[in-house]
Design a protein around this ligand. Structure first.
Ligand code: CP
Length: 312
């Protein structure tokens, strides 16, 4: 992949995506294939927001390709608590590591960080903005289950604040997928995201009712209504608990429907879906390791900083 940083899914071409997914498939089969190439490399994990999957799978991936990680730890235990700026924080950390994985509550934080350092920055979620490495593992999972061509994908839940949604929808324009966005009126895709999708030629429709499209879908990507992103608790309470699915809901779906979720889930997918053939969300989370191994192998490769690619 010809980029110094991974900041948004919009910077990824179809060729970029397929190269990472192909490499991830190879590494899933043969995790030792990278050899010792990253034996002296350190990856900094800078998480200003909670994470289980993204943080642990980057940690695992870096170690599986022979490198190691250094962890900033929690915001409470770091000098961020003393008022240190993000720019100063990453300028210091680039002296300790060969790459930075950054999760931050502010949209645009990873892009800002990338402007202050010379090591690759991977956006591991910037507020309601983007989460591009999640998108790569989502696409890997879709490709395994349904292929990536001629897909009809439903994306349901918190489309307003959902960074996984914004990244995935952007990436799916590379594959000419038909996209159906299902949400309450108050959680529709932001205008700017819709505009960018239309600009990229996306085939999209918006719905408030899953029943309008369920039978057409190859993939249903469910997201959590993210309480922590709502400026007003009352606004959250008005939509909390909407857009839940269970095994009965899926009786009306195609037998080969794949149900995905970036996780964590709260109550939007009932546990009785877990045992059905539709459920792909735990495999999806596990796919984070080979996909992030492939991503790191590319971004931290010896030529990554000098091959002319520059996403800054
Ligand atoms: N999917 C995802 O980003 O999960 P975490 O918040 O646990 O990293």
């Amino acid at each position: 992949m010809r980029h110094d940083h991974l900041l948004s899914a919009g910077q990824l071409t179809r060729e970029d995506i397929e190269a990472v997914l192909d490499r991830a498939a190879d590494l899933a089969d043969d995790p030792g294939a990278v050899g010792e190439r990253h034996a002296d490399r350190l990856l900094a994990l800078c998480f200003f927001e909670p994470s289980t999957r993204t943080k642990m799978s980057f940690d695992t991936a870096m170690k599986r390709i022979g490198g190691d990680t250094v962890d900033m730890g929690s915001v409470e235990s770091s000098s961020v608590k003393k008022g240190e700026s993000l720019a100063d924080t990453v300028r210091v950390i680039e002296g300790y590591a060969d790459g930075i994985v950054l999760r931050h509550p502010s949209e645009g934080a990873a892009k800002l960080a990338s402007q202050f350092v010379d090591v690759p920055v991977i956006n591991a979620g910037d507020g309601a903005g983007q989460h591009p490495s999640q998108t790569l593992l989502d696409l890997y999972t879709m490709r395994e289950r349904a292929g990536l061509d001629d897909l009809t994908v439903g994306i349901m839940g918190d489309l307003k604040y959902g960074r996984t949604v914004h990244s995935l929808a952007s990436a799916l324009t590379n594959f000419d997928a038909r996209m159906h966005f299902i949400s309450p009126e108050s959680l529709r895709l932001p205008r700017g995201v819709r505009f960018d999708l239309h600009d990229a030629g996306a085939r999209l429709r918006e719905h408030t009712d899953l029943d309008e499209v369920l039978e057409e879908l190859d993939v249903l990507y469910v997201t959590r209504i993210q309480r922590e992103r709502f400026p007003d608790e009352n606004e959250y309470q008005q939509v909390a608990g909407e857009y839940q699915i269970d095994a009965d809901t899926l009786e009306r779906a195609r037998d080969d429907l794949t149900v995905m979720h970036p996780l964590p889930r709260v109550d939007e997918i009932a546990p009785d879906v877990d045992a059905t053939d539709h459920a792909a969300y735990f495999a999806q989370a596990h796919n984070g390791v080979p996909v992030r191994m492939a991503l790191l192998d590319g971004l931290l490769g010896e030529d990554a900083a000098t091959d002319g690619g520059d996403a800054r």
